[in-house]
Structure formats: C-alpha cells, structure tokens
Design a protein. Structure first.
Ligand code: ADP
Length: 373
C-alpha cells in the first residue's frame, strides 16, 4: 500500500484531493477493535468454510447471498466458532476497509458493496434482524454508500508522502464493481460483458433481482442495481484450442455478417451455472469442420448466443432490458467477434474505453470529493 503511494509521481501527489480503492469481495480480516491489528490470518476471497455453512443456512433466508461456503458471513462464523478469549474485542473488516483504515485511521467503516456478502441489506440500509440477533453481531462494521467521505488522510501520511493536508479518504467498493464503474456505464439498460477466461455480464437495472440457482444477485449502485451473472464459457476454451496469435489471424478471415450454423456449447469442463444451471452440462465442441476459420466462427457465434441468452434471462428474471453492451477483457479487441455479437444480441456493442478497476475507484473518489464540497 505505502509502496503504491510512493509510486504516485511526486508532482501529482500535491494535487490529489480525494482517495478511494477497491478490494476483492469476501476477503475478510478479523482485527482488534482498539488497535486494528489482525488477530487471525486473513480469509481469502475464494476460501470456503463448509463447516460454518449449516449454521449460516439455519439463520439466513433461503438462497440468500450469504448461503455459500465462501461468503464473508461463513468466514465470520468459522472464526467465531474457533476464536478463543478475544471474541469480545474483535472487529470484522473487508480487504478494502482495512486498507482504507491505514489511510484514514477510523476503525470499523465499510461500504454496502463489500458488506453484501456478510449479510448487509443495501435496500433497507441496515443489517437484517436475523443477523443483528447473533452473538457475533458486534463484529460487523458500520456501512456507508461507496464513495462517501470518511475522514482526511492521516496527517503523518500526508506529510511523509507530500499529499495535501485536507485530502479526503472515501469508502471503496469490490474489484468487479470498480471495473464496471470504470466503463462509465451509468444509464439503466447499459451493460458490460467481460470476455476474459470466462464470460461475465453486469447490467445496470432499475430493479433488484436475485436467483441463487443461476448465481444471479444485485449490488446496489446509488438508486439503481447492478445485476450480474457469470458463465463458464469464454476465452479459456479458445485458449485450449488456439494461441492468441492464431485467434487474431483466423478471425481476420471471418465474415461476421454471415450466421454460422455450427451450434456448440464451449466449456473448459463439464458444468454451467448461468444462463443454464446444470452442474453436469457437458462441453459441446463437435463436429469440428476441417477449416479452422469456420470452426472459430462457430465457436465465437455460439459464445455470442450464450451471451444473448444470459441477457434475456436477466430480463425474464425482472431486470431492466439491456440496450447497449460495452466490452472488457481479452476478447474485446476482436472486432469480428464484436460484429458477430452485435448481430446475435441485436444490440449496439463496443469496447469500453476504460476497464481498470483502479479507474473505477478513482471515479468513486471524485464522487466523494464532490459530496464533501
Ligand atoms: P482473464 O483476465 O480472465 O484471464 P483476459 O481478459 O486477459 O482474461 O483475456 C484472456 C482471454 O482472451 C484468453 O482466454 C484468450 O483466449 C482470449 N483472447 C485473446 N485474444 C483474443 C482474440 N483475438 N479474440 C478472442 N479472444 C481472445
């Protein structure tokens, strides 16, 4: 963290008026509520706590976001069941909360994006009664909207690194939401498809939808909802078959205005969650035509059909209809694929100008600064 501050060019530091950052969702740190020192090793985002799951399921509403072994609440319960005498003096922070605390020094502040997986209700703007009544509820941090000013940057840090004295530190968000914010999609119906190793979609909606069968849930973004789902199809399958160089060369010969009749379900291994919930769904990549251009065309078109099905499922579940799709990730540079997707989705598709999560966090910092002034 302090190395990163040092990396900011000296002449820029004195112009910085506001700071925010993002962290990995569900990475959890239990600290001492007086000193902020970690009193347990951090729980990483993807760590599962299956022993805690039955207890969490017994208190939370059915299919709630916390009912997954890697949720923050399962990590909290896991710790609570194994903690010794320091249960009373403990406090739970997410990765972003803890890093921000190093900058502003006020312990126990989080944001409603990071707090979703510990059970916070961003609609009611409170922790639900079933959570507040638990013996460990005193560990829960207080929650503000992402991009809310918390306090000034600590004086000793401002002095040491040459930042402004009144530089404000604002609440953060999760890394995937920050990446969405970076794309500057801010109207309901605008969406971002990430074509990396997997295919993930995020859609700004006026309505909140949840369906744990498909792994679909909604994050609050001010007065709107960010609805998301992730398919196991995507670039990982392409990489099993072609090098990035081959992908580029073969794509040049594809005619994107022509529909491919090849119908695949490209998966790196069996199992799909969204837009088809089937843990046994087998990859379908046959028959393979002799011509690799034709094969790649069929695969790219099949992935586009999965993307189209994903957006129509979100609509069926009650989300605002997608009207425009921005694209991030390695697949976004493939212009032929973009054209294929435009035809299959029936929507304008373009590459997002910015996709770095840090850019999204900087937008939150700007929002916090405007709020302060
Ligand atoms: P992640 O961060 O999820 O690992 P990236 O966003 O870095 O993924 O994207 C990498 C993926 O992009 C690879 O799986 C690769 O198959 C895919 N990719 C790379 N070049 C192309 C291309 N020209 N067309 C389509 N997909 C591509």
């Amino acid at each position: 963290m302090f190395l990163l501050l040092q990396d900011v060019p000296l002449e820029l530091r004195r112009h910085i008026v506001s700071i925010s950052l993002d962290g990995t969702s569900a990475t959890t740190i239990i600290v001492d509520r007086e000193t902020g020192e970690p009193i347990w090793r951090p729980f990483l985002y993807n760590e599962s706590c299956p022993d805690a799951l039955p207890m969490v399921k017994s208190i939370a509403p059915p299919n709630h976001t916390v009912c997954s072994g890697s949720s923050t609440l399962c990590k909290l319960v896991e710790w609570w069941n194994n903690a010794g005498s320091n249960q009373k003096s403990a406090l739970l922070l997410h990765q972003a909360d803890w890093l921000l605390w190093l900058l502003h020094g006020k312990l126990g502040v989080s944001d409603y994006n990071n707090a979703l997986k510990v059970g916070y209700d961003p609609e009611a703007e409170s922790y639900p009664p079933w959570l507040v009544s638990q013996p460990y509820s005193h560990l829960l941090p207080s929650v503000l909207a992402p991009g809310t000013p918390i306090a000034s940057l600590k004086e000793e840090i401002a002095n040491k690194f040459g930042f402004q004295k009144d530089c404000v530190v604002c609440t953060g968000t999760t890394d995937s939401i920050a990446a969405f914010l970076a794309a500057c999609a801010n109207r309901p119906g605008q969406a971002v498809t990430s074509l990396g190793s997997t295919l993930a979609i995020k859609l700004l909606s006026n309505t909140r939808i949840e369906d744990s069968r498909f792994g679909v849930y909604s994050h609050r973004l001010d007065d709107k909802w960010l609805v998301g789902g992730a398919s196991n199809t995507g670039g990982a399958v392409l990489r099993q078959l072609f090098t990035d160089d081959q992908l580029e060369k073969l794509s040049e010969h594809i005619d994107p205005s022509k529909a491919s009749l090849l119908d695949y379900y490209p998966l790196p291994k069996a199992g799909e969650r969204f837009p088809v919930a089937d843990p046994n769904l087998a990859p379908r990549l046959l028959p393979r035509p002799e011509d690799d251009v034709e094969y790649l065309h069929g695969i790219l078109e099949s992935i586009a059909r999965i993307e189209a099905k994903a957006y129509s499922l979100l609509k069926e579940l009650g989300a605002t209809e997608a009207k425009e799709v921005l694209t991030a990730g390695g697949g976004s540079k493939n212009e032929k694929w973009t054209k294929i997707r435009e035809r299959v989705l029936g929507l304008p598709v373009s590459r997002a100008n910015q996709t770095e999560a840090a850019y999204g966090a900087a937008l939150l910092a700007a929002k916090g600064y405007q709020q302060k002034n």
